[in-house]
Design a binder for this molecule. Sequence first.
Ligand code: C2E
Ligand code: MG
Ligand code: MG
Ligand code: MG
Length: 289
Amino acid sequence: NVKGNGKNNYAYYSQDLTAQLTKRVSIERALHAALKEGRLQVYFQPQINMVTGKLTGAEALARLTGEDGRFIPPDEFIPIAEEIGLISSLGKLVLEKSCAQARQWLDQGTACKVAVNVAAQQFNDHRFSETVVATMKKYNLPSQYLELEITESALVEDFNSANLTLEALKRSGISVALDDFGTGYSSLSYLRSFKLDVIKIDKSFVKDVTCDPQAACIVKAIIGLAKSLNLHLVCEGVESCEHEALLIKLGCADAQGYLYSKPLPVDDFNDYLVRNSLNASDTVCSMTG
Ligand code: C2E
Ligand code: MG
Ligand code: MG
Ligand code: MG
C-alpha cells in the first residue's frame, strides 16, 4: 500500500518500470485475444538433412501479433503465458493447428513430420498424453508425423509422472525430442532415465562451434553421447556453410537454421515443400566453394 507507507514509493517507479508494466499488460491482452479469437499463428521452420539436402520435418513455432500489428517474440510471450496459466491452452492450439497442417501436407502429397514445442506446465498436466492422442485421432494423423519437443524443465517436477507420460506417448508411436540440450540442468541422468528419441543441441553451442574449440568439444561429446545411446540428433541454429561443414565432419546430419530457412508462414512453407521435393539433392553450400 503506497499511501499508508509514509514514503514516496513512486520514486521507485522509474519510467523504465512503467514501460515494462505497460508492455506486460499489452502482451497479456494479446495472449487473451489470441486464444479467444484464434489470432495465434503458427510458423514452420524446415529441418533438413545437411548431407542430402532433404527435408526431414518442420518445427512449429507460435507467432503472436500485438495490438500494433507487430510480432511479439516467443521469448517474451511464452514465459508470460506460463505465469498467467495460459500456456496449456496456447500449446493445445499450436498442437491442433500443427496436426491439421501435417494432415494437409499428407493429403497434398508432400508428407512432412511436424515437431511441436511443449511447455513444462503443459507436459505435466496428467491428461497431456490423452490430449495429444485425441488430437492426432481427430485429424487422422499417423503418429510418425508428430514429434514433441520438451525441455529438461518438463522432467524435473515429477519424475514418475513424467516417465508415465513419456511411456504413453511412446506406446502411441509419438517421438519426443529434448530441446535446447546442454543449457539446462544437464542432464546425463535424464538421457538414461527417460524414454527419449531425439536430442536437439542448443543453438548457443552451434553458434560458436567454428570459432571456439571448447564449444566444438562439447558438440563433439554430445554427438558421441547421442550415438552411443542410440538417440537421434538435431543441431539447431546452423547459420553458415562453415557450421554445416564442421557439423557434418563431427558426425551430425540433421539440422535446422537460418542457413536453410527462417521459420515460414504456412504458404511460404508450402512453396519450400514443393521446391524441396523437386530438387531434393540441391544442397545450400557447395562442396567446392
Ligand atoms: P526453440 O524451441 O528452441 O526453437 C528454436 C528457436 O530458434 C526459434 O525461435 C527459431 O526461430 C530460432 N532459430 C532457428 N534457426 C536459427 C538460427 O539459425 N539462428 C538463430 N539465431 N535462431 C534460430 P523462436 O521462434 O523465436 O522461438 C523461441 C522459443 O520460444 C522456442 O525455442 C521455444 O522454446 C518457444 N516456443 C515457440 N513456440 C512455442 C510453442 O508453441 N509452445 C511452447 N511451449 N514454446 C514455444
Ligand atoms: Mg523447439
Ligand atoms: Mg531449441
Ligand atoms: Mg528454446
